[in-house]
Design a binder for this molecule. Structure first.
Ligand code: GTP
Length: 240
């Protein structure tokens, strides 16, 4: 059994928008974001890690669940939700002294710079935390796919996917107490067994680019650091 992996230098952290609402029914729980920022500040000051972040928008809006509204319109509305979340992260992170850049897949130039791959990489090299807003900029794609895409583009060594449970299970652990936690699975197994790691497009993209995904519990402080240091946490989704 693997007991340790090599430490990671450049990672793409995928956060769920849903998590950002913390104890609120809707919007952003700044206490939660404050704790998250403390954790990231600690790890950026004590490790050499370069961090990109993709945040979802589920605390505001989910594209596919907007009644009779066209899916494409709903998805664009969701992308704007991710921009609100990105701005909230940036404001809280910078208040704690971190250097950040929000880069947007949609052109909203009064608010954020537009995404240019080489520029985003330069920001990372300068140890700025790069927050990728507005998903992929295209409807019919999820923010998980945005994480897989940006991860591949910036050469991330892994996608760190924060969730509310300890990793990937054989069944929903909140409904089935016998659900088994996988420590390691392959991309193909995750796809074939329809395990809810990420959607199929995101998984296929990670498989194609051989970008491992580490799925872990975001509610346990220190987990992001552990993943970056190569400690074994959650589920490692990797090559065959
Ligand atoms: P370096 O060139 O590496 O020094 O990066 P930099 O990001 O500091 O340079 P720049 O002078 O381009 O950016 C300064 C600030 O302006 C940063 O906070 C950027 O995020 C922001 N910025 C850059 N381009 C845009 C834009 O098109 N729109 C908005 N709203 N902000 C931008």
């Amino acid at each position: 059994m693997v007991t340790e992996r090599k430490p990671l230098k450049r990672v793409l952290l995928k956060l769920s928008g849903e998590a950002l609402k913390g104890k609120h029914a809707f919007g952003v729980d700044y206490e939660y974001v404050g704790h998250l920022a403390d954790e990231i500040l600690e790890l950026t000051t004590t490790t050499n890690a370069e961090l990109g972040i993709v945040i979802g928008g589920g605390n505001y809006i989910r594209g596919g669940q907007q009644g009779d509204i066209d899916r494409a319109v709903g998805d664009y509305m969701g992308m704007l939700g991710t921009m609100i979340n990105s701005m909230a992260l940036q404001a809280v992170f910078e208040a704690k002294g971190m250097q950040t850049r929000v880069v947007s897949a949609l052109e909203i130039k009064e608010i954020a710079e537009s995404y240019i791959r080489r520029r985003a990489i330069r920001h990372l090299e300068k140890k700025r935390i790069v927050i990728f807003a507005c998903g992929t900029g295209n409807p019919f794609f999820t923010t998980d796919t945005a994480a897989a895409l940006r991860g591949a583009e910036i050469g991330a060594e892994a996608i760190l996917k924060g969730t509310n449970v300890d990793g990937v299970y054989s069944d929903d652990p909140r409904k089935n107490p016998d659900a088994k936690l996988y420590h390691t699975i392959t991309f193909s197994e995750a796809l074939e067994r329809h395990l809810k790691v990420m959607d199929a497009t995101a998984l296929a993209l990670c498989r194609e680019n051989n970008t491992p995904i580490i799925v872990f519990n975001m509610n346990k402080p220190g987990n992001i650091r552990k993943a970056i240091e190569g400690q074994i946490i959650g589920t490692y989704v990797g090559g065959e």
